[in-house]
Design a protein around this ligand. Structure first.
Ligand code: BMA
Length: 336
């Protein structure tokens, strides 16, 4: 690797980790020794809804196939903090071609809930989009060509089109290793996607030396679309961590603002992480430690932003910040 080592990183002082963290974990799930992480969260019909990745991983690794260890779980909440997990998983997909679905992201568009998800198939990793009315039945609207994932939808049409952020994996053309960037595409109908363009290159993020990609679906502010992203740095001197013998990566959450009319244009981006792994449930005792993976962001009427993130690929956590502080963080480096 030629990129510089990043070194220690700290979370922004504008975020507050919720005292109830982790807000959901293995002990809260009634159907197995689950890891609960990388959830999509939204407000739908008066309730907070969470679809989470439930992944058994860990000690079964190598003896159990991924399809029997990954499904999507469902939870509801009145306050976005205390969750009621439903007795059964809400979706899993396994057939001749598809191995599993995971990493859901929820966006309500015109009152209808849509879910983006990653799909492992025998012929590559695809990004899917489904619509659901009851979180029991998911109508798949589109599946990308491999390799693409971490898709998130904007909550409204922009310039007459639906828009998604995404992270393709251009391995062959990027030197045969991780060097992945954030892209966007648009669509007239959520089915056919085109107009693809680069939004954020990994080299633009000072706290990444490996890859960047979308986090939670963006929320609208008067200064632009506020959006989290995941940023990964690699350090060859890192070693055993969680169940990985050689886990050299760290995942942090970044924050940026995209132009309201032209969301491929970055209005501002914080040059430091919004959330870096620091709390014990982020750095120790997990399936893969030192992973912060934002998947849900809700802007409350009070100006509070709830940011939901997977921690250590084992728990789901919540951090909050005021929307004005997040916008300021994005804009203070603008032009530098
Ligand atoms: C990525 C995805 C995420 C996961 C992360 C860290 O490749 O699998 O779902 O959180 O790795 O393990």
């Amino acid at each position: 690797m030629n990129e510089p080592i990043i070194g220690s990183l700290a979370s922004s002082p504008v975020i507050v980790r919720h005292p109830a963290n982790p807000i959901l974990g293995p002990k809260d799930v009634p159907y197995g020794p689950a890891m609960v992480f990388n959830a999509g969260v939204t407000k739908y019909e008066g309730k907070y809804v969470m679809v989470f990745r439930n992944d058994y991983g860990n000690e079964e690794k190598g003896t159990i196939e991924p399809h029997s260890t990954t499904n999507l779980g469902l939870a509801f909440s009145d306050d976005g903090i205390r969750w009621e997990v439903q007795p059964e998983p809400c979706w899993s997909w396994h057939d001749e071609e598809v191995t599993r679905v995971y990493d859901p992201r929820l966006t309500v568009i015109d009152g209808k809930c849509h879910m983006c998800f990653a799909v492992d198939t025998k012929h590559g990793l695809r990004g899917g989009i489904a619509a659901t009315e009851d979180f029991r039945k998911f109508d798949v609207l589109s599946l990308s060509v491999p390799d693409n994932r971490n898709m998130v939808l904007f909550p409204e049409k922009i310039g007459g089109s639906y828009v998604r952020l995404e992270r393709p994996f251009p391995v062959y053309s990027r030197g045969g290793r991780d060097r992945f960037d954030m892209w966007m595409s648009d669509s007239p109908d959520l089915k056919y996607w085109g107009g693809s363009r680069l939004v954020l290159g990994v080299e633009q993020v000072p706290f990444a030396n490996d890859k960047v990609g979308p986090g939670a679906p963006p929320v609208k502010t008067d200064k632009g679309w506020l959006t989290t992203f995941h940023a990964v740095d690699l350090d060859p001197s890192r070693g055993k961590n969680g169940w990985e013998e050689n886990w050299k990566k760290r995942y942090t959450a970044g924050i940026m603002l995209l132009d309201l009319e032209d969301p491929g244009k970055i209005v501002g981006m914080s040059h430091s992480p919004l959330i870096a792994p620091e709390a014990s449930y982020e750095t120790t005792g997990g399936f893969r430690n030192n992973v912060i993976f934002p998947g849900g962001m809700i802007l409350e009427a009070s100006g509070e932003v709830k940011i939901y993130y997977g921690a250590a690929d084992t728990w789901e956590c919540l951090a909050t910040a005021h929307v004005d502080d997040l916008v300021r963080l994005c804009l203070e480096n603008n032009g530098k």
